[in-house]
Ligand binder design. Structure first.
Ligand code: SIN
Length: 313
């Protein structure tokens, strides 16, 4: 029996994939988020054979991603994924904060249908534009009936939301999944899968305050040589609710910073640790003074702590 899920939804948020420069040689001095979603799709020679529905949710350079746009994205995805005819969704996004958005969507929605984030390292106007191929690959993954969960597709690879990291500032294969490796590759539009799709218990839309300005304030601080506690004291004074500390090595913290963090904790601020290392988890067995998010990047951990604080209030 043919699948009744004949629709793919494509939600655009901006990024380099929708960027345009004055000339085709300029891969740096372009304006991100210049094109709408229909213009991106017109650049493709064909589609995945399903009905496409499109929405321009935002036109952001993703360095400026904000909680209001996140809330809108989560709400639109929840709406569309609940429709019986929808097979999956593609979200076009900037690469710079893509791993944070992916983690938020994974934790809140953990969908049984595929939600595929894609992006580009070159603007649409470039001689080397990678957006059309990435978008075509993302559509192919979203159209695959076996696919599920929040996925990231770039440069022919499919990553799980929690594993994806931007590791390079300009290469086309800027993303990695570190030790975890890719979930699948896309070869000539076909999926070759290496391991299971991501799954989790979703927090659900009801777990998010409907007013994004009420989302708890969480900041990232980094431990480093010569670290001082005054910055943490200032954040506490300003009303921060949570601090993610990107620690050295196995999430260790400079003694002066650690003292300030203890003062912060005594004032009611919630502290969590991650490693500032680009790859590798934080290993248990060491007497960490604060709970650790072992396998999250610092920006993902900021999302995680925000969600944790939302569940408490
Ligand atoms: C952005 O993140 O919006 C700009 C950079 C990119 O997409 O690569």
């Amino acid at each position: 029996m043919p699948s009744p899920r004949r629709t793919l939804v494509v939600l655009a948020t901006g990024g380099t994939i929708a960027g345009r420069a004055a000339n085709a040689h300029d891969n740096v001095g372009y304006r991100a988020a210049a094109l709408g979603v229909d213009e991106l799709l017109h650049a493709l020679p064909g589609g995945p054979g399903l009905t496409l529905e499109t929405e321009d949710l935002a036109r952001l350079d993703s360095k400026d991603m904000d909680h209001a746009t996140w809330l809108c994205l989560v709400q639109r995805l929840a709406h569309h994924l609940a429709r019986a005819q929808v097979q999956g969704a593609v979200v076009t996004h900037g690469t710079d904060t893509l791993e944070e958005t992916a983690w938020l969507l994974h934790r809140v929605l953990a969908p049984r249908k595929p939600v595929v984030l894609t992006a580009a390292m070159r603007p649409a106007s470039s001689l080397q534009a990678d957006g059309p191929q990435n978008l075509a690959d993302a559509l192919a993954v979203a159209a695959a009936v076996e696919a599920r969960g929040v996925l990231v597709v770039l440069a022919g690879q499919v990553f799980g939301a929690g594993d994806a990291r931007k590791r390079h500032s300009w290469r086309l294969d800027a993303f990695t999944a570190g030790d975890a490796g890719a979930i699948a590759a896309i070869e000539q539009g076909a999926l070759r899968r290496f391991r299971e799709w991501p799954s989790a218990e979703p927090i659900g839309l009801d777990g998010l305050p409907a007013d994004s300005s009420a989302w708890p304030w969480v900041e990232i601080v980094t431990s480093h040589a010569g670290a001082r506690g005054a910055g943490v004291d200032a954040l506490v004074h300003a009303g921060v609710r949570g601090l993610v500390v990107a620690g050295t090595g196995n999430a260790t913290v400079h003694v002066d910073l650690a003292q300030a963090l203890q003062r912060a904790q005594a004032a009611g601020v919630v502290v969590r640790l991650v490693t500032r290392c680009a790859a590798g988890p934080v290993l248990a067995g060491r007497d960490h003074r604060w709970p650790v998010y072992a396998a999250l990047s610092a920006p993902q951990a900021r999302v995680e702590l925000m969600l944790e604080l939302m569940q408490e209030s």
